[in-house]
Write a protein that binds this ligand. Structure first.
Ligand SMILES: [Zn+2]
Ligand SMILES: [Zn+2]
Length: 287
């Protein structure tokens, strides 16, 4: 049954194709632990957005209340409410660990702490921000690998119930051989429609399976943290043992229900917007 779109052209996703590793994942800096895994589908040859997938190794993006745009282009900053927004992505997977908080509070939430927990803390410390909760968009190790160390004894860690097994039984869940468990002390599972309120703002959980069974997007007033569902000019892989291409297509359609101005903060690579991806992403094709 066709779902109503709130805005934009009636693009529908019917398949997800062209799956090959990204060049960056052949780097010798790649951790041996996950050497056989990549998470991003390569854009189709006719893509005009390849340049937005260039290496993304800086430790910080401009904040949303700064002028200018993040790497690869973004919406004008004045469209977004003032808030603290930063990213740590200095790792061989270019996995984005997003840091967010409302103005008027010193709290922050941390999304996808895959690497370098001390350096993520240093980014927060530099802005006098105190982490109060940690979220995972899904259970792949490059998004949760540092969660136990980062959370320690105190911080709650939220992950969708269908990906929580990635913490305790990674291989059984579908991670590659040798992926270690992530012994987070205070794990809390979440489900579609849950609303989490931390660091002065509201975050809605949107279950978007396909890349993994428990992949989610986090929706705030003006942004969506899209994890490995969608990137600037590409989409996440859906050929893992626990992936579902059919679910992926449904989840991408759900993504397309978001308003065009919504800022997209993906799990890898530069920021984008829903409208930009609706218009240019070669994986979002008309039926
Ligand atoms: Zn990823
Ligand atoms: Zn992933």
């Amino acid at each position: 049954m066709k779902r109503p779109l709130r805005t934009g052209a009636p693009l529908r996703v019917t398949s997800v194709t062209s799956i090959t590793p990204r060049d960056v994942l052949t780097s010798t800096r790649r951790p041996a632990l996950v050497a056989s895994i990549s998470y991003v589908s390569t854009p189709a040859p006719e893509s005009t957005t390849t340049s937005t997938l260039s290496p993304f190794m800086s430790t910080s993006l401009p904040r949303t209340n700064d002028t200018g745009s993040a790497a690869g282009g973004s919406t004008p900053a004045d469209r977004l409410p003032r808030m603290y927004l930063d990213v740590f992505s200095d790792n061989s997977f270019e996995t984005n660990c997003w840091l967010l908080g409302a103005d008027g509070t010193e709290d922050a939430v941390v999304v996808d702490p895959g690497f370098s927990p001390d350096r993520v803390r240093a980014v927060l410390d530099a802005e006098s921000r105190r982490p109060v909760a940690v979220f995972a968009t899904h259970g792949h190790y490059d998004h949760i690998g540092a969660a136990a160390e980062f959370c320690g004894d105190d911080l709650p860690f939220y992950i969708h119930e269908a990906d929580a097994t990635a913490l305790t039984d990674p291989e059984g869940w579908g991670s590659g051989p040798g992926t270690p468990p992530v012994p987070v002390k205070d794990t809390r599972t979440m489900a579609d429609g849950d609303v989490l309120t931390f660091a002065g703002f509201r975050i809605e959980v949107v279950h978007t399976p396909g890349h993994t069974p428990g992949s989610v997007c986090f929706l705030t007033d003006a942004t969506v943290l899209s994890g490995d569902l969608i990137f600037a000019g590409s989409v996440g892989r859906s050929d893992f043992a626990n992936s579902s291409p059919a679910d992926m297509a449904r989840s991408l359609n759900r993504f397309l229900e978001l308003p065009d101005p919504t800022e997209v903060l993906p799990g890898h690579g530069p920021r984008t917007t829903v409208g930009r991806e609706r218009e240019r992403n070669p994986f979002l094709r008309e039926r």
